[in-house]
Structures are given as structure tokens and as C-alpha cells.
Design a protein around this ligand. Structure first.
Ligand SMILES: Cc1ncc(COP(=O)(O)O)c(C=O)c1O
Length: 424
């Protein structure tokens, strides 16, 4: 009889729903999760350092979230219209998000960044979006452009990094080096009449912005009358309750949210200044700059109930000090293990995020990340997976959550040291 993972290999390309390139001997099927732990269908236990790619910052099966969902579920799961839960959630997001005077919900981060791009184009009447090499903004065309270019072209030339998008990428996307303000400013100035917006992950993957980078980007976009779009799908409600806007103190024109906001349930949100957001008003249908927005499950009452409960947990005193303390603890532990085994590597990240890059040089952008030994990085991830740490071996980013603590990090670090001994 076929095992669960053989059945998964038979129906899902590469055996998963996406971005999990596991060798067959490590492939598993998950049965359940609680806090920061998972169990597979054979009853094996894992420490979770992926946390639903960061969507479950609140922890698996967090009781407050479970209660909110089970209270809503018998009342219906979707009316595709405003509910008390979606209204209260929107009001709370606007309260903490200075960039947002109005917002709409959708069901994923991919949708949220797509709507931000479209709004920028409609508002400015210009066609192009400038993004940073190596940044991910979801699976939409701009989001995957120049994500993993094998042979990166000269800036600002885009690289499709995959099939199905080349036709529009060359026409509609420009690419700049993250953390290089001078080069970015030069591209913005040279293309100001065709750029609608600059989209940035304020913390790109796990690489923090250098001092002055986001401030300079804000000044350069404002001077060129180009919109600044923050992709806060990862940073929102994670680096601080007010996300990267609060943490780095730079306010964009449009923001996309997702992941942690939903408490582990499907959600996306996008918002900005009212004059920009007004383009989605249905009473403007027929105007040339009207922007079509329709997300069947966007703002559904189950997801917004879960999100409301998650935000209530995040707001409790000490949450972010604890998340940052834990992130520092993990990164320091990783550095110590690497030092003791005399392995040259960079440990990057901020807040409850960490990544190891096997490179002798500091990491500040995609090209410096690429100097790292990717094969060693993957071997380490697979070694951790084999030692009962659930993570995404393609992503290499480690996500902590509210459910993690120092004891779990210590347990992880022991397994890390053991895996490191094998690959170093
Ligand atoms: C920065 C960033 N933006 C957007 C997305 C896309 O979000 P989703 O997978 O919910 O569509 C992701 C997902 O990993 C992301 O990391």
C-alpha cells in the first residue's frame, strides 16, 4: 500500500502545494500542530521553525483564535460583504497604520501586492513598477521578477526568473539593487516619467535596510512623484504591532498586509491614502482610472474573526520585546555554534526571523546573498529537517512565533550544531 508521502508525490508536483523541494526520504504529511510543534501522519514530532511560512505568528491552535473561529463557523463562513468582525479589524489596522486612510481586504499577500501595484499605475497613469532584485512580493508577475536570477542582468533590466511572465516583465518592471540608495535614485530619476511606484520589502527577505535606505527611498520617490509601496506581508504585525512603518519610522503611500495578520487563516489587506484608494470605488466604474477589486473570500468572517483574536494577543504588553529578545537569542546561538565549529557564515535577520548564509562577506542585497554557498545552506536545512525541525529547505528563512521560547531555541540549537557538524 502506498504511504501518505507517496500518495502526495503522485498528486502534487514535487509532492507539495508549493516551494517545498524535499527529497522523497524526508517527505512527510502533517497531521496536526500545537504551539510551535507539529506531528506527522506517522506520529513523528517536529519543532516548527516555519510556522506556516510566518502566517502563524500567534502559534498553532492558539486558544483565543480557535475560540473566535469556532464561534463564527456555525454562523456562516462567507457572505462576501462587510461584517462586524471585518469592520472592527479594518478600524484597528487604520488606527496603527499611518499610511492607511482606507483599506480593503483580500485573501492573500499575492493579491494585496497586486492591488497595490495596480492602484499605483492607475493613480499616476504610468506603467512601470520598480522592484528590488531578490525581493518576493507573492506569485504575481512583479512579485517573482528577478527573484532568483541565475545570471543577473545589469540594473535596471528585469529577469523573469521563470516561465509565463517574460512577455510583460520586460515591458513593465524595472529592477534596482536593495540597500543601494544611489543606484536606486539614479534609476528613479532616469525613469520617473514611466515609473508608477517602487515596491519594497522593508526588511528584504531576512536582510535589514541599512541606515538611511528607507528614508532615502521615501525622499527619492516623493521628489519624483512616484508612489512608495511597502510589502508588509512579512513585516506587518511582526517587527512591531505597527509593522515596518512603526519599526523603521518611514511611512509609504500604499501598504500590503497578509500572513501574521490572519492568525493563521487566509487574509490579505491593502490600504493607503484615501485619494489613491478611491480608485476602487464602484461608483467610479467606467472611469478610465477605476481599479477593479473583487476578492471572493477577502475579509470573510472566519478569517477576520481569527485576525481580530490574533491582534488582541499581539497587543498584550511585552509581546514585541519578547519576540525581539527571542530572535536575538536564536541569532546569537547560531553565531556561537558557527564560531565554535569554525564555520564562516553570516547570520542575518531581525525580530523573530533568522537566516544563515554560508558566505565570508556581509550580506546586504541579493548579489551578496548569492555569494554564499547555497548547496551547503540546503544541506544544513535538510540536516535539520532530518533531525525533526520542520522548515522550508527552499526558503532558508527561520520563523519564530509567540509560542517559541528559549528552551525550544536551545533544543533547536543542539540539532543545528549536530547538523552543522555533518555539513561543515
Ligand atoms: C514579502 C512577501 N510578500 C508577499 C507574499 C505572498 O503572500 P501569499 O503567499 O499570502 O500570497 C509573501 C509570501 O511568502 C512574502 O514573503
Amino acid at each position: 500500500m502506498a504511504t501518505m508521502s507517496e500518495r502526495a508525490q503522485a498528486v502534487f508536483p514535487a509532492g507539495s502545494n508549493g516551494e517545498f523541494n524535499l527529497p522523497p526520504e524526508l517527505a512527510i504529511v502533517i497531521a496536526r500542530g500545537r504551539g510551535c510543534e507539529l506531528w506527522d501522519s506517522a506520529g513523528r514530532h517536529f519543532l516548527d521553525f516555519s510556522m506556516g511560512w510566518g502566517s502563524v505568528l500567534v502559534g498553532h491552535a492558539r486558544p483565543e483564535v480557535v475560540d473566535a473561529v469556532t464561534a463564527q463557523a456555525p454562523q456562516g463562513s462567507n457572505y462576501a460583504y462587510v461584517t462586524e468582525a471585518s469592520l472592527a479589524l479594518a478600524e484597528e489596522i487604520l488606527r496603527v497604520s499611518p499610511a492607511c486612510e482606507a483599506l480593503r481586504f483580500c485573501a492573500s499577500g499575492t493579491e494585496a501586492t497586486m492591488y497595490c501595484q495596480r492602484l499605483a499605475r492607475a493613480f499616476t497613469g504610468r506603467p512601470k513598477i520598480l522592484k528590488f532584485e531578490g525581493a518576493y512580493h507573492g506569485a504575481n508577475e512583479v512579485g517573482v521578477t528577478s527573484l532568483f536570477p541565475a545570471d543577473p542582468p545589469d540594473f535596471p533590466e528585469p529577469d523573469p526568473t521563470g516561465g509565463g511572465i517574460a512577455h510583460m516583465v520586460k515591458r513593465d518592471v524595472l529592477v534596482a539593487p536593495y540597500n543601494d540608495l544611489e543606484a536606486t535614485r539614479a534609476i528613479i530619476d532616469a525613469h520617473r516619467h514611466e515609473i508608477a511606484g517602487v515596491i519594497v520589502e522593508p526588511l528584504q527577505r531576512c536582510t535589514p535596510p541599512e541606515p538611511g535606505f528607507l528614508e532615502g527611498l521615501r525622499a527619492a520617490t516623493r521628489a519624483a512623484e512616484v508612489l512608495l509601496l511597502y510589502d508588509e506581508v512579512v513585516t506587518g504585525f511582526r517587527l512591531a504591532y505597527g509593522g515596518a512603518q512603526e519599526y523603521y519610522g518611514v511611512v509609504p503611500d500604499l501598504i500590503a498586509y497578509g500572513k501574521a495578520l490572519g492568525g493563521g487563516y487566509p487574509i490579505g489587506a491593502f490600504g493607503g491614502r484615501r485619494e489613491i484608494m478611491d480608485a476602487v470605488r464602484e461608483d467610479r466604474l467606467g472611469d478610465r482610472d477605476y481599479v477593479w477589486v473583487a476578492s471572493t473570500l477577502g475579509g470573510n468572517p472566519v478569517s477576520t474573526a481569527a485576525a481580530g483574536a490574533a491582534l488582541e494577543v499581539f497587543r498584550r504588553p511585552g509581546t514585541y520585546a519578547r519576540l525581539h529578545g527571542l530572535g536575538d537569542y536564536l541569532r546569537q546561538g547560531l553565531r556561537r555554534a558557527l564560531r565554535e565549529r569554525q564555520v564562516v557564515a553570516q547570520v542575518i535577520g531581525d525580530g523573530p526571523l533568522a537566516q544563515v548564509v554560508f558566505s565570508p562577506a556581509p550580506v546586504r542585497d541579493y548579489r551578496s546573498t548569492r555569494k554564499g554557498d547555497a548547496a551547503k545552506g540546503r544541506a544544513l536545512m535538510l540536516g535539520l529537517f532530518a533531525r525533526g525541525v520542520f522548515l522550508n529547505p527552499m526558503g532558508t528563512k527561520l520563523y519564530l512565533s509567540i509560542a517559541h521560547d528559549e528552551a525550544v531555541c536551545d533544543d533547536f540549537l543542539e540539532r543545528f550544531d549536530d547538523a552543522l557538524a555533518e555539513v561543515a
